[in-house]
Design a protein around this ligand. Structure first.
Ligand SMILES: NC(=O)c1ccc[n+]([C@@H]2O[C@H](COP(=O)([O-])OP(=O)(O)OC[C@H]3O[C@@H](n4cnc5c(N)ncnc54)[C@H](O)[C@@H]3O)[C@@H](O)[C@H]2O)c1
Ligand SMILES: [Zn+2]
Length: 363
């Protein structure tokens, strides 16, 4: 059964027959659109586009715009290339842009659409777990600049988001596991019942993602609807990310370290931030241990090198989540009960990094 989540002024649809919903949407708006463009990369053109075009006859003759996959291509040069393609194809204000891919396609394609001719309509068909549960609501669009993530961008909303869970069948396992960290995070900050469900998932067997995605998008959607411009509550979504971002960034920048995927780094960040959650927010040690055991089993993280602790701190100081020198954290008071706006000093953060290492050593 098709599930619907209402966000800003659009809906997120989830289900096995979601592509029929895309077709109905296009039929309904047929008079409005003159031309269709589908943004893909080399993986989604192979694994996802044929399925979309089979089930959505309206998109059979759409113009396919292919870019190269990868975060390094989420940049202004590629945006310019696509703007030129649109312009040469004489796309007018009545063109519809379809983003078929992961978060890179969604963020950049949405940015391209919302700036071309001051904005044309776009819809998203997210094809990775991360883009389905995280990037599908909230309206954040954009690109990277000089290695700084999401430095340029806008808030704008698609006309619809259509999630087909079976796209995950071709997604590499590591990508599924990485996206799953956000599923766990959503449950931890807001929904104990959902945690009790997702904590049992080992990702070893084939699983039915439909309900998991639905719950997870719902949690994020409830948060972003209350705080569309990230003034307060939306910071809840930063749990695990203050330390996790620093860990991710250094793993990419420093060749002595092996590169971590976003979700792997966030798993590290969540474990370290459980120390602060216990010392500053009153999380019980019993609940912390439960969360740690799940994260360690799934992500099998490795220790953080103490000689890089200063580098991690330096990165956290630069992080945009900082207010006036103190480092800002979102922590857990209990499972399902996150709270924003805690601050920690360097000494406390070092203790959190050491705590992480001791958790890993025990496992
Ligand atoms: N806007 C937001 O709120 C938001 C939230 C979270 C993340 N993001 C952004 O999302 C990006 C990361 O997204 P991602 O993890 O989806 O990465 P991605 O878009 O790079 O996709 C990961 C890889 O999977 C491939 N792929 C996609 N779908 C596939 C499928 N069904 N089968 C096989 N391969 C497939 C892609 O080609 C790519 O190689 C980052 O740039 C991040 O900033 C945005
Ligand atoms: Zn994240």
């Amino acid at each position: 059964m098709l599930k619907e989540i209402k966000s800003q002024d659009y809906s997120v649809f989830i289900g096995d027959d979601v592509l029929q919903q895309v077709q109905s949407f296009l039929e309904e708006h047929a008079a409005q659109y003159t031309k269709f463009f589908i943004l893909v990369d080399e993986n989604t053109i192979e694994h996802c586009l044929p399925i979309v075009q089979f089930h959505v006859p309206f998109l059979k003759d759409a113009e396919i715009v292919e870019i190269e996959s990868g975060e390094q291509n989420k940049c202004i040069e590629v945006v310019t290339q696509v703007w030129i393609t649109l312009s040469e194809a004489e796309a007018d204000r009545q063109a519809l842009f379809v983003n078929l891919g992961g978060g890179v396609i969604g963020d950049m394609g949405g940015f391209i659409a919302s700036t071309y001719k001051r904005g044309i309509d776009f819809i998203n068909i997210p094809t990775t777990l991360l883009s389905q549960v995280d990037a599908s609501v909230g309206g954040k669009l954009g690109i990277d600049l000089n290695g700084l993530k999401n430095q340029i961008g806008v808030f704008a909303y698609p006309k619809g988001v259509f999630i087909l869970p079976s796209f995950l069948e071709t997604l590499p396992k590591g990508q599924v596991r990485s996206g799953f960290a956000e599923v766990l995070k959503h449950a931890l900050i807001r929904d104990q019942k959902h945690w009790d469900l997702v904590k049992k998932i080992t990702l070893k067997k084939k699983i039915d993602f439909e309900d998991i995605i639905y719950w997870s998008v719902n949690i994020k959607n409830n948060i972003v609807l209350q705080d569309p411009r990230e003034k307060g509550l939306r910071k809840l979504l930063n749990f695990g990310h203050t330390i996790g971002h620093a860990v991710e960034t250094l793993s990419i920048d420093n060749l002595a370290l092996s590169e971590l995927m976003h979700g792997e780094a966030i798993a590290v960040g969540m474990i370290a931030e459980l120390y602060l959650s216990q010392s500053l927010a009153g999380l019980s040690s019993q609940q912390a241990e439960e969360i740690e055991s799940i994260l360690v089993k799934l992500y099998q993280p490795t220790p953080l090198r103490e000689d890089f602790f200063d580098a991690y701190l330096h990165l956290m100081m630069q992080d945009k989540k900082n207010d006036k020198g103190a480092i800002n954290f979102t922590l857990l008071k209990a499972i399902g009960d996150g709270e924003v706006n805690y601050t920690a000093n360097k000494k406390q953060i070092v203790a959190a990094l050491k705590y992480y290492n001791s958790v890993i050593a025990r496992a």
